[in-house]
Design a protein. Structure first.
Length: 209
């Protein structure tokens, strides 16, 4: 019996996040968020919408698929359009998973100076351009302190030592050191002090309207 119950629990889409349950869970979370923003209790909302407390609990927890009439009643009680209950489900959410060592090799301006770039992800946000890179510098790499581009950049040293220039200032950097700067000023490695060097570089730029 215990084994059977365990199998049933594992197969429950409300706990596994099965694709067919995503819409219900998204609607339920949105209803709860609107209710809490109005400082309404579950009892208040169920009474205003003409639902039982048990049914509202199932809806908020994504355990049932409410009818359009029920959603309309809930939206009216929350003083929002019905479409607002679907908004979070319809929004695109960026996510990139890159297994260890599986970054995509990319050619950039520093490639000709022997800088090796591995792209670790990207965003398709309409408001922001973000690209994180893992950069390798070896004995075949040259200094290149003249990068310039829009936005800002963040670098974090993982291995080796480097003297990094930004405008007319330089920093001696080693593992654990980081630098965040306006990327429109000339910047880049001024001296490769201890090879090999590995560091993270995250580029952030606003997109054009």
């Amino acid at each position: 019996m215990a084994e059977s119950n365990q199998r049933n629990a594992v197969a429950d889409p409300a706990t596994t996040g099965a694709p067919e349950n995503r819409l219900e869970r998204s609607i339920g979370r949105q209803i709860r968020t609107f209710r809490q923003q109005l400082d309404m209790t579950a009892a208040d909302l169920s009474r205003e919408a003409g639902l039982s407390a048990g049914m509202l609990s199932k809806i908020e927890n994504g355990l049932t698929s409410p009818s359009l009439a029920t959603l309309s009643a809930l939206a009216g009680a929350l003083n929002v359009p019905v479409t607002a209950l679907f908004r979070k489900y319809e929004e695109a959410r960026d996510v990139s998973f890159v297994p260890a060592g599986a970054g995509l090799d990319i050619e950039r301006r520093g490639t000709r100076a022997g800088h090796q770039y591995q792209l670790l992800g990207h965003t398709v946000s309409r408001r922001m351009f973000v690209e994180p890179y893992l950069i390798h510098l070896t004995g075949e790499s040259d200094v290149f302190p003249v990068f310039q581009h829009g936005g800002v950049e963040f670098i974090y040293i993982l291995e080796g030592r480097i003297t990094y220039r930004h405008g007319d200032r330089i920093w001696a950097m080693g593992p654990g050191d980081s630098l965040f700067f306006d990327a429109e000023a000339p910047h880049g490695p001024e001296e490769l002090t201890e090879l090999p060097i590995r560091f993270l570089s995250i580029l952030i730029e606003p997109r054009e309207s």
